[in-house]
Design a protein around this ligand. Structure first.
Ligand SMILES: C[S@@+](CC[C@H](N)C(=O)[O-])C[C@H]1O[C@@H](n2cnc3c(N)ncnc32)[C@H](O)[C@@H]1O
Length: 260
């Protein structure tokens, strides 16, 4: 409304704004096209060199949902670690705490399909967005997450799986800490925590850590990211009296912990 008023009262400014819009959309269009060309060339190169790297092929052949929740590099790390678990046949199921609309879940399920794995994939979400912030989540950054952010619907996750034509994971609706223990698998081989806030990560640990098999892998999204400081703090606090204390390796905003 305010912008409309400014435009009406100042036609010259309105013209400048229009030009800026055009410039930005042209830039976006060029970036989009360049990305598509890069992908096409990479695909061609992979075919010519008969490269059968499963993870890279998945990333090349499927688009990432535009939910803005996960980056290609993050997926690469997640899938590479999950592949290790499948190759080594570590005992237990797969869990994702904080699945949202399924940007990561779809890729996890695709990799499980390639392996014809009989591991059950469980995903968890309140579908109410983020909970209340804890003191440990406070930061001085411009970017802020708050109560209710990242809210989506279970139906959107289901629809995304249907559109992608892949099997639905077992969906558990509720707050991680409040869901009964029976909703978590008895043994876990691979876990992905993406709950963003301190209490969400502590609750995830409380439910998942005791069920993790030896040599299973836990990945924590947004680890050591200044915007979400509660994530790293929760890891440090939870692991302070565990054998995995200070063992988290960090790569590209993803923390990797191997269960001892
Ligand atoms: C960043 S999004 C997850 C993104 C998802 N992993 C992906 O790759 O698209 C965080 C999700 O965690 C959920 N969430 C956060 N804390 C939670 C909690 N304590 N219990 C249940 N769900 C929670 C939110 O509802 C939100 O959908």
């Amino acid at each position: 409304m305010e912008l409309l008023d400014i435009k009406r009262k100042n036609p010259q400014l309105s013209r400048i704004i229009k030009k800026m819009y055009k410039y930005v959309s042209l830039n976006n269009y060029i970036t989009f096209k360049l990305r598509a060309i890069k992908k096409f060339l990479k695909k061609l190169f992979f075919r010519m060199t008969k490269n059968n790297n499963i993870v890279e092929n998945l990333l090349l052949n499927y688009e990432i949902l535009d939910s803005g929740m996960i980056l290609e590099n993050h997926l690469r790390i997640i899938l590479t670690n999950l592949k290790k678990i499948l190759d080594e046949n570590i005992d237990g199921d797969i869990v994702e705490l904080g699945c949202n609309a399924g940007s990561t879940s779809l890729f996890i399920q695709r990799l499980l399909n390639i392996y014809k794995s009989n591991k059950q994939f469980h995903v968890y979400d309140s579908f109410e967005g983020l909970p209340e912030k804890h003191n440990e989540d406070m930061n001085n950054e411009e970017r802020q997450y708050k109560l209710g952010d990242c809210k989506t619907k279970k139906e959107i996750l289901i629809n995304n799986s249907k559109l992608a034509n892949i099997k639905l994971p077992k969906i558990h609706v509720g707050w991680f800490g409040k869901l009964p223990d029976a909703e978590y698998p008895k043994k876990i081989a691979f876990a992905f925590f993406d709950g963003d806030f301190y209490t969400s990560i502590i609750d995830s640990f409380n439910k998942v850590y005791p069920r993790m098999s030896t040599k299973s892998i836990l990945l924590i999204h947004d680890y050591k990211w200044d915007v979400l400081p509660g994530v790293e703090k929760a890891c440090v606090d939870f692991l302070k009296d565990k054998p995995e204390k200070e063992s988290i390796v960090y790569n590209n905003r993803i923390g990797v912990m191997i269960k001892k």
